[in-house]
Design a protein around this ligand. Structure first.
Ligand code: ES4
Ligand code: ZN
Length: 325
């Protein structure tokens, strides 16, 4: 039987968490007051009432509007540090966390402000025994040219960033749109991943483009490959990682997608369990494991396999990886 103590205690890697999605209502309110920003709500309960979505776009509206409270380097540091403390409580030993530069640049925040805040938190996370790294995501509903500009800005901070990703609204924004910035990123030695959110229009076509044209190393979500035997074979052959997020799926598609996730695990796909936007979807990484355990009768072996996959498909060095496998 899979107990809460077992899941919390098991060493895990978190490969799919958006730092801006770890903004808890308490911190949102506190930063709003400090920075004198009117977010339209005055209590935690009122903020929580808005955490009610049934699609990717209705979620993204709440997610982006919440970020307005993040202003100073210290604010970004505090956001990331509070998440790393949560990671420690969940025995997350290794984190590759997303952040959204364009969501801050378009509000007039400098690249230096958020990257330095986030990176300083990554360094201080070492004291918690959490090995933390950053993945810079391009917003797919912005032009490719904007992604190119972000990549240029990031050159001054190259060593602070482990990889690049692609997130935000997927509709009419296929991977191919970002072929140029991604090939550029690969040439600069960044690791790569892309979102293929559950049940989006053209999911299968988007996953094909990500694998065959962009050559990504992982896919975030991507569980729709179960519909396509050729894709399952390809993902299996290439040992490519999929980062599933059951609590996120429950909000966005009204289904944890546990059946699909377990089917892929049983087919030996390197799929892991992650938290996506834990402040917005009702739980951190262990809660995601436990939601599946409770609703789909996970075995202890399944749980161990997910955790092993998280290290196997992480971007830590092979030597370091061996510690966990
Ligand atoms: C996201 Cl669930 C999800 N999908 C796409 N982009 C995102 N950014 C933050 N959460
Ligand atoms: Zn995500």
């Amino acid at each position: 039987e899979v107990t809460s103590n077992f899941v919390f205690g098991l060493p895990k890697a978190e490969l799919h968490v958006h730092l801006e999605g770890t903004l808890e209502p308490e911190l949102k309110l506190s930063l709003a007051q400090k920075n004198q920003i009117n977010i339209g709500f005055e209590t935690i309960q009122d903020i929580r009432k808005t955490y009610n979505y049934n699609s990717l776009s209705s979620f993204l509206d709440v997610y982006y509007s919440g970020m307005s409270v993040l202003q100073t380097e210290g604010d970004f540091y505090r956001l990331a540090m509070e998440y790393f403390k949560k990671a420690k409580e969940n025995n997350v030993r290794h984190v590759e966390a997303f952040f959204d530069p364009q969501a801050h640049l378009t509000r007039g925040i400098n690249f230096d402000t958020f990257i330095n805040g986030y990176y300083r938190a990554c360094q201080d996370a070492k004291a918690l025994n959490v090995d933390a790294h950053l993945i810079m995501c391009f917003l797919r509903d912005m032009p490719a040219q904007s992604a190119n500009e972000v990549l240029l800005m990031a050159q001054h901070h190259r060593e602070k960033i482990l990889g690049v990703g692609l997130d935000s609204d997927e509709h009419h924004n296929p991977p191919l749109k970002f072929a140029y910035p991604f090939s550029n990123a690969i040439a600069q030695g960044y690791h790569t991943t892309m979102h293929a959110d559950v049940d989006q229009v053209d999911s299968i076509e988007h996953i094909k483009q990500a694998l065959e044209i962009i050559n990504v190393e992982r896919i975030d979500h991507g569980t729709n490959i179960v519909e396509n035997d050729d894709l399952v074979d390809l993902v299996k052959k290439t040992q490519l990682g999929l980062t599933a997020c059951p609590l996120s799926n429950k909000f966005i598609s009204d289904d944890y997608k546990g059946k699909e996730i377990l089917e892929l695990l049983d087919q030996d796909i390197k799929i892991s369990i992650n938290s996506d936007d834990p402040a917005y979807f009702g739980g951190y990484i262990s809660d995601n494991y436990l939601a599946l355990a409770k609703n789909y009768e996970l075995t202890v072996e399944d749980v161990i396999e997910f955790a092993k996959n998280s290290f196997k498909t992480s971007w830590i060095s092979p030597v370091q990886k061996n510690i966990y496998l």
